[in-house]
Design a binder for this molecule. Structure first.
Ligand code: HEM
Length: 245
């Protein structure tokens, strides 16, 4: 995005003012930081509500890091496939918004089926309805940490018939997985975000035992729904105890 700004300034020979540059950089920080923070928080809330998967995750992180002598490489993060599955399942159940492709229509449009969209309106497409569709995701209201791991490793047949099981990665965008958007405006920061979140989670898993307070009785913190945003409750509490890793 910074490159787009540089290219635009070069093309128009009109360098942006300091105020414009600061504004765009703040917008970019907003797009990058709150999304990553909320996604990581959603995942942590899911993990403490589903502690059964924790030992498998620790075993995976340890085994991958053993191979690299403890160095966290991009390939090592790619190999953390169960962790990736947990992240994608959490994002499937708790997308940051119920809708996608929110767009302002500048010029009237006619779609190929004849639907006319006038100028001046805002359009969007459903997202939560897709990620909870039982035809795409069996038992869609159940958090299944192994769902995408099984699909990615070929343990279960791919119901959607994709050519590559790699389409079940956290970062892969498809019509059934628009957590990062779709098409030419799909999130360019998703690879960075995925690595960042994986490192946060791997660190937390190896360093801490995490649990919900007894008063929650194992129940995940409910999300806050603000318009069509799905926000993790910022007041949720996770109890941490340092462990020897
Ligand atoms: C888990 C974290 C993230 C999530 C869930 C997320 C989600 C999204 C989504 C859904 C879109 C598409 C919006 C649309 O089509 O209207 C998008 C676009 C974008 N994201 Fe992310 N994002 C994340 C992290 C990041 C990071 C870390 C960066 C930058 C370092 C970033 C930069 C951008 C930019 C620049 C766009 C606009 C792309 C364009 O319009 O062509 N995002 N993001």
């Amino acid at each position: 995005m910074l490159q787009w700004m540089i290219d635009k300034a070069d093309a128009t020979k009109e360098p942006a003012s300091d105020d414009e540059l600061a504004f765009v950089q703040l917008q970019l920080s907003m797009a990058a930081i709150h999304t990553t923070t909320m996604t990581a928080t959603h995942i942590l809330y899911d993990l403490v509500a589903h502690p059964d998967v924790v030992e498998d995750l620790r075993a995976e992180v340890r085994s991958v890091l053993r191979e690299t002598g403890g160095v966290v490489t991009t390939h090592a993060l790619f190999q953390m496939k169960l962790l990736d599955s947990v992240m994608r399942e959490s994002q499937r159940m708790n997308p940051l918004s119920m809708a996608r492709f929110t767009r302002y229509v500048e010029k009237p449009l006619t779609l190929h089926d004849g639907t006319k969209i006038p100028a001046g309106v805002v359009i969007e497409s459903p997202h939560l309805a897709v990620t909870r569709d039982p035809e795409l995701y069996p038992d869609p209201d159940t958090f299944d940490p192994y769902r995408f791991y099984r699909l990615r490793t070929g343990e279960v047949p791919d119901p959607l018939g994709y050519k590559s099981t790699e389409q079940y990665q956290f970062v892969t965008v498809t019509k059934e997985n628009m957590g990062f958007g779709y098409g030419r405006h799909a999130c360019p920061g998703r690879f960075f975000a995925a690595n960042e979140i994986k490192m946060i989670l791997a660190h937390m898993l190896l360093r801490f035992d995490m649990k919900l307070p007894a008063s929650r009785a194992g129940k995940r913190y409910p999300n806050l729904v603000v318009a069509h945003s799905i926000v993790p409750d910022p007041k949720g509490e996770i109890l941490l105890r340092r462990v020897q890793s």
